[in-house]
Write a protein that binds this ligand. Structure first.
Ligand code: CMP
Length: 215
């Protein structure tokens, strides 16, 4: 638990109390961990793997709000405001989690101003990202939206940027409100024009000029 950034400022006694109220779990790919609209019992910390945060309408159309990676927490919103779960969270890969029960989380928040600040910093970061996404959706065309998702997924490798983990086109489509076919067409176009270079096994090299789509 100490290696989780959220808890790094806690005392030994606080960590022990938290550990007593938490369980470690492993889930396969595609498992629903949190269901939109349901009451909440736990806060989760992703230790390994990836998970997507998504909402769906009554017709089953889905939008992916975020992809969560190791060290990040989720499920805190409904614990804080006592409302139903704001979104569903589903594993993308086989993933390890720490589930902390509501009471332990709340008593930790009450006893550690440092942890409250970290939770707030996490919420603020998420709001910043949401603002950026609203901007992307409102101002960019579909090429720009795909470029933004690809750049966000990528890491810097030397002078270039590279995507190392596979994300299906269907999932990219759900992140930007486009169809899978449209995402495939845009990706093909970006490849033909030399903006992206597929390297096999899901890895993709992003050329610097890809960022010209963001303006
Ligand atoms: P909760 O509402 O309890 O359950 C769903 C969780 O998804 C929510 O808490 C947050 O932890 C997470 N979540 C909701 N919206 C976003 C978002 N825009 N970005 C990242 N995570 C989110």
């Amino acid at each position: 638990l100490r290696r989780v950034p959220l808890f790094s400022g806690l005392t030994e006694a606080q960590i022990e109390r938290l550990a007593a109220g938490s369980v470690r779990r492993n889930f396969p790919k595609g498992r629903v961990i949190v269901t939109e609209g349901e009451p909440s019992q736990s806060l989760y910390i992703l230790l390994s793997g990836r998970a997507k945060v998504q909402r769906s309408d009554t017709e089953g159309k889905e939008v992916i709000l975020a992809v969560i990676g190791p060290g990040e927490c989720f499920g805190e919103m409904s614990l804080i405001d006592e409302s139903p779960r704001s979104a569903s969270v589903i594993t993308i890969d086989t993933s390890d989690f720490m589930a902390i029960n509501k009471e332990s989380f709340k008593s930790m928040m009450m006893s550690s101003p440092e942890m409250c600040l970290r939770i707030m910093a996490g919420l603020v970061r998420r709001l910043r990202e949401a603002d950026r996404k609203i901007e992307t959706l409102a101002l960019l065309d579909v090429y720009g939206r795909v470029a933004r998702v690809l750049l966000d997924m990528s890491e810097k490798v030397g002078e270039e940027r590279m995507i190392r983990t596979r994300l299906p086109r269907q999932e990219i489509a759900k992140m930007i409100g486009a169809s899978r076919e449209m995402v495939s067409r845009v990706m093909k176009g970006l490849e033909t024009e030399g903006y992206i270079v597929p390297l096999g096994e899901g890895r993709v090299l992003l050329r610097e000029k890809l960022s010209t789509y963001l303006v």
